[in-house]
Design a protein around this ligand. Structure first.
Ligand code: HEC
Ligand SMILES: [Cu+2]
Length: 348
């Protein structure tokens, strides 16, 4: 009989080749992720005690998977290569015992240990924050982040957006809320994800162990511009942070030049129904608080660098940059736009 028999040796060498390629690619990517500090959004480069625990569990799971996967593949190769030619080297009771131990007992043990480990980790990173923690309330909106700093009585002392400053080496407790749909607060280098659910307050906390800029990203699909709902966390020494907070808490300084004064008028007329600038007649609350917008490093939830040209582009056509977002296009004359930009530039 002439059948086209598949050669197992051939197949295995093919599969092996793919496997080697896959391993090479993924270990390259991993090495990159775990060493490249410029990738500020990697959970494999922790910058807080909570993120360090998450990273540890991640590596335990990774190496457990590598060892088990390699062992299973080796057994499979051995079975394919030797099985056809000679009868099993094991007696039938020995085979049965092997299946029960390697196929049932060991997986049950390994899985229980990993589940137990992740439950313990979950408990420890979700524990109640220490009482001296800095209190911050973050509210998710489609598609930006409102950030409020609270005093000991829970009163708001400063409001900002899309850029959160925290002191290093001091616990930060974050109350998480949503103004519309479900979002998820995620700063991979500082903590795991916590959902922001409308009508409910969730809590998260972390202690940054080094200074730096850490990128956060909404981790729950919340509509068209979900991918452009990011933010920046800046961890800085306590004194620097205190200065920053004091500045953010103060109202905007009055515009000094004539251009800036005109700019304020343009703002109050066209933008004030949605944006607040404390100390002016602009008291809207549908969009980010812009009292100190010039002090921020990005615009529109870390979508654009906060540079004058980008700001002009954003104001002229926000729908082209982030289609579907809640800021409409405002038609301004070139001179109005220019004055507006001078005014916004002064809001540091
Ligand atoms: C109908 C409400 C509305 C009006 C009117 C409006 N905006 Fe906005 N604006 C928003 C919303 C909502 C966002 C957040 C968009 C996003 O990132 O998804 C925003 C974002 C911004 C940002 C980015 C802030 C940050 O920290 O990222 C700036 C700057 C801004 N608006 C300036 C203006 C100016 C200047 C005007 C007037 C010419 C204006 N806006 C008019 C609703 C509005
Ligand atoms: Cu979101």
């Amino acid at each position: 009989m002439l059948t086209n028999r598949i050669n197992p040796v051939h197949q295995i060498s093919h599969a092996g080749l793919w496997l080697v390629l896959l391993c090479a690619l993924s270990s390259g990517a991993l090495a990159q992720l775990s060493t490249d500090t410029s990738l500020s959004q990697s959970a494999l480069h922790p910058a807080s005690s909570q993120a360090q625990d998450i990273e540890l569990l991640w590596w335990i799971m990774f190496w457990a998977s590598v060892i088990i996967f390699t062992a299973v593949m080796a057994l499979l190769a051995w079975g394919l290569l030797s099985g056809r030619r000679r009868p099993s080297v094991l007696s039938s009771t020995a085979s049965m015992r092997f299946v029960l131990v390697a196929g049932v007992a060991i997986p049950a043990l390994v899985l229980s240990a990993l589940v137990g480990g992740s439950l313990m980790l979950g408990r420890s990173i979700a524990s109640t924050p220490p009482p001296d923690a800095l209190q911050v309330r973050v509210t998710g909106w489609m598609w930006w982040w409102e950030i409020e700093y609270l005093d000991d009585n829970g009163e708001v002392v400063a409001t900002t957006a899309n850029e959160m400053h925290v002191p290093v080496d001091r616990p930060v407790a974050v109350e998480l809320e949503s103004g519309d749909v479900i979002h998820s607060f995620w700063v991979p280098r500082l903590q795991g994800k916590t959902d922001m659910v409308p009508g409910k307050t969730n809590n998260s906390w972390f202690t940054a162990t080094e200074t730096g800029e850490f990128r956060g990203q909404c981790a729950e699909f919340c509509g068209l511009q979900h991918a452009l709902m990011a933010f920046v966390v800046i961890a800085q020494p306590e004194a620097e942070f205190a200065n920053w907070l004091q500045r953010q808490a103060s109202p905007a300084s009055a515009p000094e030049t004539e251009a800036a004064q005109n700019g304020l008028a343009v703002f109050e007329q066209n933008c004030g129904q949605c944006h607040r600038i404390r100390g002016t007649n602009a008291i809207g609350n549908l969009g980010p608080d812009l009292t100190h917008v010039a002090s921020r490093s990005t615009l529109a939830a870390a979508t654009l660098p906060n540079k004058r040209g980008h700001l002009a582009g954003w104001i002229s056509d926000p729908q082209r940059i982030k289609p579907g977002n809640n800021m409409p296009r405002t038609l301004l004359s070139p001179q109005e736009l220019d004055h507006l930009l001078v005014f916004l530039d002064s809001l540091d």
